[in-house]
Design a protein around this ligand. Sequence first.
Ligand code: ADP
Ligand code: MG
Length: 269
Amino acid sequence: ASSPAASLRACASAPESEPATAPAIAVRQVLKTFAGKHEVKALEAVDLTVAPHEFVSILGPSGCGKSTLLRIVAGLTPYQGGEVQVNQRPVKGPSPEIGVVFQSSNMLPWLTVADNMALGAKLRGLDMQVLHPKLEQLTETLGLKGFEKHHPHQLSGGMRQRAAIGQILALDPQILLMDEPFGALDALTRDRLNVELLRIWQTLRQTVLLVTHSIAEAVFLSDRVIVMSGRPGRVVQEIQIDLPRPRQPEEIKSDPRYGEYIAELSALM
Ligand code: ADP
Ligand code: MG
């Protein structure tokens, strides 16, 4: 809740070129310290915004606080300073508008793929009449048709991760946070899933914040790439990816700018 004076000041100082849409995610001056015998300063003065429907990736060396930042935005971790807003409301805990996908899927081994995918939505009390066709569609889109009755251990790693993404998409999150969702998969599977993820995003257009280790993945998928670095971690660079949408893998990879972005980001890492 900002005072009228504060909002007046904000209006007065906003440059005229400022986009009219408020950010879907706004992280301002966030500070995070893990207490304990050895205190760890994980994040310091982290600033970032993500516009509605924007696809933003975060790159950065291991330990610079990428996962911590994502968990803070997801409302899963408290922080000590600054503020985090999602849809202009302070984040106070997990919220149904945010879906989170981690590197290792947490599907229940005793449930089938279909039941796993429906689980979160059922727990939220979503109407089966609405849920059923949506799950059918997701199963199709994610290439899991015919595997509905399988159990997680009967699937390949790539399929398990697709099902885990389906589990989250079944909840219709407006905002999708992903922490190295394909990090545990081989390069080929990863490439394929990136193409699928891009296709899904081009249809559903969620606001996405993705943490990845792969520069190529970040460039291929994103509108903008944010580079974090240091301990405590902070944002050190931001690059707008001006490649055409919708993107086709072959076209993108033969666009000279694709290679330039990768070279530019590689030099920063
Ligand atoms: P990244 O995802 O970029 O590899 P993390 O966010 O996992 O980085 O970690 C950032 C820093 O915070 C690291 O120094 C890590 O050791 C520390 N850290 C992360 N989680 C915890 C925790 N639960 N308790 C203590 N320190 C942690
Ligand atoms: Mg991490």
